[in-house]
Design a protein around this ligand. Structure first.
Ligand SMILES: [Mg+2]
Length: 250
């Protein structure tokens, strides 16, 4: 695979349940040694960008703020740029990412993985706004994430429920939408075709990246399950882990 830059998912690729996966630190070092710029792209929406950076640093991954693209912050930036007043369906731990946004008399809905916050009352409030024509900005479309003991329900099913009820289509800002992939490639000064995305989610990471024009690599770690490679888009490849992925690239 010939690339000039790399995008990497975090959970299930570099880390798992708060620990580094084998070869993760060496993989980033190998990219640096090969002078290949890299960016980390995560849809995680239960923790703020600063906490994600702090955890990576504490695990021994030297990540700079400008190398990390966390979908909730990208959603907040998009809402600010468009002057939206969003109704926030977000986890309490990431509300600070939306600081400065006027959320009175909402004219948009922002949907992240809000965990217990995704109750009937709040979803019904969002539905009413969408029915009235408000746009729905969603952090991602992930069906599930790898929890500590099992796969756990993510934001995607709630996006689909609201789309179905309100008869409209959400704007997916994080993976597999185009917006975060395009921002990450632009931040490296690279065209999408010159960048590979490495992820453990065949839909959000790999199919999303390929649809945005990147090259795709699926790893058999994290949330990967047997048979996921059957759903790879044309041209994408599947390898055992982050070390094998980086070996393809440097
Ligand atoms: Mg992942």
């Amino acid at each position: 695979m010939s690339v000039r830059g790399v995008c990497l998912d975090i959970a299930g690729v570099l880390t798992d349940s708060g620990r580094l996966l084998p070869g993760a630190a060496e993989a980033l070092q190998a990219l640096d040694a090969a002078a290949l710029p890299w960016r980390l792209l995560t849809n995680t929406s239960r923790r703020p960008q600063t906490a994600i950076l702090a955890e990576l640093t504490s695990l021994g991954l030297p990540v700079q703020a400008e190398q990390l693209f966390a979908a909730p912050r990208v959603v907040a930036d998009a809402a600010r740029a468009r002057g939206l007043r969003p109704y926030l369906l977000v986890h309490p731990d990431i509300r600070a990412e939306f600081a400065g946004l006027d959320c009175r008399e909402p004219n948009a809905v922002v949907l992240c993985d809000a965990a217990e916050g995704l109750d009937y009352r709040s979803l019904d409030q969002a539905f009413a706004l969408l029915r009235a024509g408000a746009p729905l900005l969603a952090v991602g479309l992930n069906r599930y994430f790898q929890g500590r003991e099992r796969l756990e329900l993510d934001v995607g099913p709630f996006v689909k429920a609201l789309e179905y009820a309100a008869g409209m289509e959400a704007e997916i800002i994080g993976k597999p939408g185009r917006a975060m992939f395009e921002l990450a490639c632009a931040s490296m000064g690279l065209a999408a075709a010159d960048v590979a995305m490495v992820g453990d989610d065949v839909e959000a990471d790999v199919a999303g990246a390929v649809a945005a024009g990147l090259q795709g690599i699926l790893v058999r770690t994290g949330k990967y399950r047997d048979g996921d490679e059957q759903r790879l888009p044309p041209g994408a490849v599947c390898v055992d882990n982050i070390a094998a992925a980086v070996a393809l690239l440097v």
